[in-house]
Design a binder for this molecule. Sequence first.
Ligand SMILES: [Zn+2]
Length: 267
Amino acid sequence: MLIDSHAHLLKEEFGEELEKELEKISKSSVKIVNNIGYNLKSSEEAVRLTARYEFLLAAVGVHPYDIKDFKLNNAIENVYTLARNKKVMAIGEIGLDYFRDISDFREQRKHFKDQILIAKELGLPIIVHSRDAFEDTFNIIKETSYFNGVFHSFDYGIEEAKEVLDRGMFVSFSGMLTFKSKDKLREVAKIVPLDRVLFETDSPYLAPVPKRGKRNTPLYVEYVYRTFAEIRGIKLEELEKIAEENFVRLFNRSKNFINGRHYVQDS
Ligand SMILES: [Zn+2]
């Protein structure tokens, strides 16, 4: 079975076509989609949607672009409350983004750390977004000594990957792995231990080749799996099994849902 470990189904790119998309996914070989919140509203909605679709899981958190949410009262309490839902797998997407000058960097660091501490208290993994900010991202994680998590849509080099992996964290590959320009990322794919890897679409963004430029969808996650399987010279079916085990190991709570109907059907 295929798992999309990271998608944003609540982005406006899906809009009114979301239900249609969810129906398509429910009939596909993609058996689990981890729908990731990026602000309070999308986090709430992601949790709500899990009740309607068995294959949907969720993560709750505030992305560095949306940290204005923290000016609202109770942002932290809201994340806490939402995270209690059993279909919430992680705190995320949280992190640092110095590539776009959208939010104050100092505030990003503060809210990143605060959210890691929520995860730590609840024992939930973190889903980390990090762009042009590896050192600060990793330093903050080190300050909290909480390494239970994944660097999603990984786009750094081998050195950074090794630091992340040495601390026991996971690395997740997106459609970027298929991009012509991403030789450096394919080098990372060659060395990452197979028990520490996840795959995602980051929909609606980063559609993999040959769908590049289109709105991405969890339905395209297979292209990411296939590219990685090719790089490592392993069978797709084997990789699917590995990725599933990794997903359950990182996102503990998912075992209650993966072992349900879909799992039995496929095994
Ligand atoms: Zn994302």
